[in-house]
Design a protein around this ligand. Structure first.
Ligand SMILES: *Cc1c(COP(=O)(O)O)cnc(C)c1O
Length: 377
């Protein structure tokens, strides 16, 4: 089965990881510091806090934002459930706001209409790698005294009007799961231009432990003393995995370029198929394409899915609207809440897209789609 996404591992990656095994540090040490510095260079120079997954990054980012009970967090529903569940776990009320029909990204008008006096965070998702509509969303969030969070699990390496992803929102979260734009096996990061949010993220990642004597309440306890000022968890990325991340980052530009090439190849091969819509791109967007979200307009998405899977093509659907998950349905969220997201979901199918995918495989997938819709050549 040809997968829809897959990591690209080089001999240098293997060397970087095995080198760490011979050092004193296996868990969070110098390789993490280096990876955070390397990451920073790819996200507009903003500090990065490495954590154990994209989900951990969301949990850490919401915690750093002070999200808790009595607060509303506006979330785009066309996403992996973690964008919403991490806020819900902290006790916040999740308010879903619909997406724009072209990109599948949080619609600024819908986000604005979803604001309440208790809104503290507005969370957009760079769906498929296409950056969010950052300026209006920032304005809307800040106008309400809220922060803008960008779930950039799909989009590191992309830019919006020349500004890199990671420099568009108050908090940006990244994922380094194997199918994503680069991998650390499991891993993620929180990026922010604000020192207080970065400090909050670092604290939550490491149990809220305070080691700096000057900041301690009981500094005379002894040289061994460390104390907790706010609850946190252990979301520390190991050095082993950070070394893989630094090595992968040296190829991020090449990965992004190859993903764009494959994207354009699908676009060209499917442009004349009236039953499908190829992905939209807004002016000013230079996406780091994580997905190729094809949309089936004649109601036969399921049949196309089965046809491609039956031919060994590991297609995927991204995503069931987050509030359709029974955990949200049981809280009273109803189908019909965000019609654009629901329509997008009903039509969507992700074709295989990863840097090592061969042109011949792209052509084979496109040909199977063409044949399914009755295009002979
Ligand atoms: C992958 C993903 C996450 C979660 O990242 P993990 O590293 O798998 O925990 C969150 N949001 C989106 C949009 C994702 O695609």
């Amino acid at each position: 089965m040809l997968p829809y996404g897959r990591q690209s591992i080089s001999a240098e990656d293997v060397e970087a990881v095995t080198a760490v095994l011979g050092t004193d540090w296996l868990t969070t040490g110098p390789a993490v510091t280096r990876f955070e510095d390397d990451l920073s260079a790819h996200v507009g120079g903003n500090p990065a806090v490495a954590v154990t997954s994209g989900t951990a990054a969301l949990h850490v980012a919401y915690a750093a934002a002070g999200v808790g009970p009595g607060q509303d967090v506006v979330v785009a529903p066309l996403t992996f459930v973690a964008t919403a569940s991490a806020a819900a776990l902290l006790g916040a009320n999740v308010v879903f706001a619909d997406v724009s029909p072209d990109t599948g990204n949080l619609d600024p008008d819908a986000a604005k209409a979803a604001l309440t006096p208790n809104t503290t965070v507005v969370s957009g998702v760079d769906y498929a790698g296409h950056p969010i509509d950052a300026e209006p969303l920032r304005e809307i969030a800040h106008g309400a005294g809220a922060l803008l969070l960008e779930d950039a699990a799909h989009s590191i390496g992309g830019t919006w009007h020349g500004r890199p992803v990671g420099d568009l929102a108050d908090l940006t979260t990244l994922s380094f799961f194997p199918t994503k734009n680069l991998t650390t096996a499991e891993g993620g990061a929180v990026v922010s231009p604000r020192d207080d949010l970065v400090a909050g993220a670092r604290s939550f990642r490491n149990h809220g432990l305070v080691r700096d004597r000057a900041a301690q309440r009981f500094p005379d306890e002894g040289p061994w003393h460390q104390e907790v000022h706010a609850f946190g968890l252990n979301y520390r990325l190991p050095d082993l995995l950070a070394a893989l991340g630094s090595s992968q980052l040296t190829r991020l530009a090449a990965f992004t370029a190859r993903r764009a090439e494959i994207h354009a190849r699908y676009d060209a091969a499917l442009a004349d198929v009236a039953e499908v819509r190829t992905p939209s791109r807004r002016d000013g967007a230079d996406p780091a394409w994580h997905l190729y979200p094809l949309r089936v307009l004649d109601g036969r998405r399921r049949e196309l899915f089965d046809h491609l899977r039956g031919n060994g093509i590991g297609v995927q659907v991204n995503y069931v609207p987050a509030y359709w998950h029974p955990v949200f349905a049981d809280l009273g969220y109803r189908r019909g809440l965000c019609p654009n997201a629901e329509e997008y979901y009903a039509q969507q199918i992700s074709l295989p897209l990863f840097p090592d995918l061969a042109d011949a495989d792209v052509d084979r997938v496109a040909q199977l789609v063409r044949e399914f819709f009755g295009h002979r050549e």
